[in-house]
Design a protein around this ligand. Structure first.
Ligand code: ZN
Length: 354
């Protein structure tokens, strides 16, 4: 219905009348709203979900083979235009497209590329998805480089992450500046999906571990991110997560049991005192067994939050417990792929193993 399209009507914008005159430009179509990226010297109009963005074809082509190929296709003579620019309809979300167009055309809004700048998950997700779709490699790679900050392949990177509110553990709010997650543990669901879709399988073990923390409702129903994308685990991944969480609870209970019944260090000079402290702690555990050992999956919490760090044990005993606990954490970390039934190399060799 190109004959009914308002794109070729005369322009009547007041702001333009004073500068170029009302008859110098065609009318802005009323069926599209103007997007925030709009270059007056642009020569192509991209439209997503009814929002139009006027940009430069040469920049699109130099960054994206997909756009370059798209523009080599001859257009019919009655193809839709706006202000003399060809209109290209895209099937993307307009919110996603803005992230990409800001990155390519709006330098004052691209500060997420600056060193130490934290990008939101939504921006990282859009750059990964559209960067891949349109083969804009530097945008795709920027996103890929940021994701491991919150979902690392090495336990020591995981361990240095800052705490978030309990019970979600101490790692989702990364100390890296690469990506903000401000505490939204449900992002683990989105990361599982992105890892599956874009072959970033090394993100899966820490992301599944994050999923295992989630309340059952969130895990089964998914969540909406700030840009309105719904993320939900596939049935197969949900099964893997539930089964893995069950195993983590058993591992967690085993770890606590092993530590609780460990003896004071061979180097301990105050064995009587340390033995009594441990005995009191075991008694406490016995009194309150269920809440401590049941239902917990936080097997990768670092030693500073473990029960033995808050007792008045001697340094030698604390060191022994910390060593034993660290060994168990390493062991669990290296088994995350098996715990969640993931057929991947883990830890990936490229990450330096442990
Ligand atoms: Zn001791």
């Amino acid at each position: 219905m190109s004959d009914a399209h308002p794109a070729k009507r005369a322009r009547i914008d007041e702001e333009d009348q004073g500068t170029s005159g009302p008859s110098s430009k065609p009318t802005e179509p009323t069926n599209y709203s103007r997007g925030e990226v709009w270059l007056d010297d642009g020569n192509v109009v991209l439209v997503a979900e009814g929002t139009a963005f006027r940009v430069l074809r040469s920049i699109l082509c130099s960054n994206s083979d997909v756009f370059r190929d798209m523009f080599t296709i001859p257009q019919p003579t009655d193809a839709e235009t706006w202000e003399g620019c060809p209109v290209v309809q895209l099937q993307d979300s307009k919110v996603d497209l803005v992230y990409v167009l800001r990155a390519l055309f709006d330098s004052k809004n691209t500060d997420w590329f600056r060193y130490n700048h934290q990008a939101t998950f939504e921006a990282v997700s859009a750059l990964l998805r559209l960067g891949t779709k349109y083969q804009i490699e530097h945008l795709r790679q920027d996103a890929i480089n940021r994701l491991p900050a919150c979902f690392p392949s090495r336990l020591e990177d995981f361990a240095f992450a800052k705490p978030v509110e309990p019970p979600y553990g101490r790692w989702l709010y990364s100390n890296s500046s690469a990506m903000k997650t401000i505490p939204r543990p449900e992002l683990s669901i989105a990361i599982v999906n992105l890892a599956r879709s874009y072959d970033l399988l090394y993100l899966l073990p820490p992301a599944f571990y994050g999923c295992a923390y989630l309340p059952h409702f969130t895990l089964t129903h998914g969540f909406l991110d700030s840009d309105g994308h719904r993320w939900k685990l596939s049935q197969d991944d949900l099964n893997k997560c539930l089964s893995g969480a069950e195993q983590l609870r058993k591992i967690c209970a085993d770890e606590h049991r092993r530590l609780f019944f460990a003896k004071p260090s061979a180097l301990c000079d105050i064995k009587h005192q340390c033995t009594n402290l441990l005995e009191e702690e075991r008694q406490f555990l016995h009194d309150d067994d269920a809440p401590i050992l049941a239902g917990r999956v936080s097997v990768l919490s670092d030693s500073s939050v473990m029960w033995f760090s808050s007792l008045d044990l001697c340094n030698d005993c604390v060191n022994d417990f910390t060593f034993d606990h660290s060994e168990m954490r390493q062991e669990t970390w290296c088994r995350l792929h098996a715990i969640f039934d993931l057929e991947i190399e883990w830890p990936p060799k490229a990450s330096g193993g442990l």
